[in-house]
Design a protein around this ligand. Structure first.
Ligand SMILES: [Zn+2]
Length: 575
């Protein structure tokens, strides 16, 4: 236990004693008034969870750092030190509380956390007093063995202890009721944790999306099997019932997309994988926390016995805390469902940042600076996201990134790589930057700024006809064309003024015409694979094989191909 979490534990214990005393005196008064026949008052326990923090220690920038409210107004939100302050305020409003995370706390993180294998984020979560976390897909970005290291502590096997001299691991378990060891079928992670609050036991069941292998690098999870969420949760719920733990909450790293924005506490979710799980799990489960889709909603959904229970998700990057206030009947030890109240609390930045968490954030920022300046390769001239006037939208940086992704997925049989321009966040400039390196040298920090999302590459099978269709989708919104960036060897002709669905033609691969009926292996990132930016045809692709993180592909390409000149813009021919 770190000093921070010990401090919090002491505070929680003190609150518990205070609650017991208050409860005791109320009982006495009640007993006198009713002549000895009294019903014990329900015990109030506040259960809080945040989801998809993704190592956002510093307040996230741009739209990633804003919450849109129901009336359309936006509020700046997020930042670990602000999150800690809001959690403390929520804790101080009640006598009993529990803090949880619904997964993707780490992985796809900004540089200050990512450079240290997210050890700074683990330190922040320990300091905040997180009691249990559901496994998210990004917790497995660096594989199962690395997750176990983060759980148990110890230095990284290759990089050593780079954040602090010692790393003691998570003070809380990572839960995954539907995660099994392939060979034995035994649980690969703890399925649940029983937390005590206000003298009551609450069973916290964690599960992750069954489809996790489609969004995680395959080689890190070869030992694992991911099963059906509902059956695993229900099996765990039955076990808890047998143990006498009647109050149960579920953390599922899966979620949905509302049909429209109704603010942090609206509910416009009526379908989707998260909703299906939330509706389907045992009626003994009293609340469901969702994640993964980075959306905000606060719904009430009937359980299989027809009793309503909250189903809630709180955006991402520490912008919201999902709060479920339970009332537990001490006689039945079960939740009085009708008394449950839930809300999403906005992590505004108008409060004082928590000093202990801020100190960890500052330490990570300071220590990441030299590593960010590590030279990974060089360029001979600027690589940019610019396209000539009247150009196709093809860019030099886009071409290099697509080529890097093709090279990094050769093991998957990739023939073509396609990437979205929105995933390329800034240019690589030849001039020496503030990092102090020579002109033309590219640092890890610069590459990270270009590809900060930690998207996972996937290689899929598409027909030639589907390739044509997905390129036609570049034009579906009229003037706001989104030109996909394509790898060397793949080429086509674009007629921006052509008739709908006839703007793309003459597709070739290494000079040979693409056959509409033939199959091709195409590498895309997980964002496009999910139909991102409206490229729905990608979702029809088959035979998904996972590859590396996009940034790792770019770094590896710089290592083998430097110095890299700007490629000619001749892959897409405009007529
Ligand atoms: Zn996720």
């Amino acid at each position: 236990m770190s000093s921070g979490s010990r401090r919090r534990w002491v505070r929680r214990a003190a609150a518990g004693v205070a609650a017991a005393l208050a409860f005791g005196s109320l009982s006495v008064i009640g007993a006198e008034a009713s002549g000895g026949r009294h019903h014990p008052k329900p015990v109030k326990v506040r259960v809080m969870s945040f989801n998809d923090l993704h190592g956002n220690l510093e307040p996230p920038a741009g739209s990633s750092g804003r919450v849109t409210q129901a009336d359309g107004t936006v509020v700046d939100a997020g930042g670990a030190a602000y999150l800690a302050t809001h959690v403390e305020a929520l804790e101080s409003q009640v006598e009993n509380s529990v803090l949880l995370s619904t997964g993707d706390s780490i992985g796809a993180s900004p540089l200050a956390s990512a450079l240290f294998h997210d050890e700074p984020t683990v330190a922040v979560m320990n300091e905040m007093g997180v009691q249990a976390m559901a496994l998210g897909n990004h917790e497995l970005d660096e594989g199962y063995a690395e997750l176990l290291r983060l759980q148990r502590g110890g230095c990284h096997p290759e990089d050593g202890c780079v954040f602090r001299r010692r790393f003691t691991g998570m003070d809380f378990p990572v839960l995954g009721a539907n995660v099994y060891l392939k060979r034995s079928g035994l649980p690969a992670l703890r399925p649940f944790k029983v937390v005590r609050s206000g003298g009551q036991s609450i069973g916290v069941i964690g599960a992750t999306l069954e489809d996790l292998p489609s969004v995680v690098v395959a080689e890190g999870i070869t030992k694992l099997r991911f099963g059906d969420e509902v059956s695993a949760i229900n099996r765990t719920s039955r076990l808890l019932q047998r143990l006498g733990v009647k109050s149960q909450v579920v953390l599922v790293h899966q979620g949905d997309t509302p049909t429209s924005n109704t603010g942090p506490n609206g509910c416009n979710v009526t379908a989707g994988p998260g909703y299906t799980i939330a509706k389907g799990v045992s009626a003994d489960v009293d609340a469901v926390f969702l994640a993964h889709s980075h959306m905000q909603y606060n719904c009430v959904v009937d359980d299989p016995r027809g009793n309503p229970r909250p189903v809630i998700q709180g955006l991402s990057f520490g912008r919201l805390v999902s709060v479920v206030d339970l009332q537990i009947d001490p006689r039945t030890r079960d939740v009085l469902r009708k008394k449950t109240v839930a809300h999403n609390e906005i992590v505004t930045r108008t409060v004082t940042p928590d000093p202990a968490v801020q100190a960890i954030v500052d330490e990570a920022k300071t220590k990441s600076a030299p590593l960010a300046n590590r030279v990974i390769g060089s360029i001979t001239a600027d690589l940019t996201r610019a396209t000539p006037v009247g150009g196709s939208g093809e860019t030099t940086l886009g071409n290099v990134i697509a080529d890097a992704q093709l090279a990094a997925t050769q093991n998957n049989g990739a023939q073509i790589a396609i990437t979205n321009p929105g995933g390329i966040r800034t240019d690589l400039t030849y001039a020496a930057s503030a990092g102090g390196e020579q002109p033309g040298q590219i640092t890890y920090g610069e590459a990270f700024a270009v590809q900060p999302f930690g998207n996972v590459m996937q290689t899929v099978t598409m027909t030639g006809a589907q390739l044509d269709e997905v390129l036609e989708e570049q034009f579906r919104t009229g003037n706001t064309r989104i030109t996909l960036q394509i790898s060397s060897g793949f080429s086509y002709t674009m007629d921006p003024d052509g008739a709908p669905n006839e703007r793309v033609s003459n597709l070739t691969l290494d000079g040979t015409a693409i056959d509409p009926a033939a199959s091709y292996r195409v590498s895309i990132n997980n964002f496009l694979a999910g139909g991102g930016d409206g490229f729905s045809v990608f979702t029809e692709a088959t035979d998904v094989t996972a590859g590396p993180i996009d940034l790792d592909a770019l770094v590896a390409y710089f290592a083998t191909n430097s110095p890299i000149p700007p490629p000619p813009l001749n892959r897409i021919v405009v007529v």
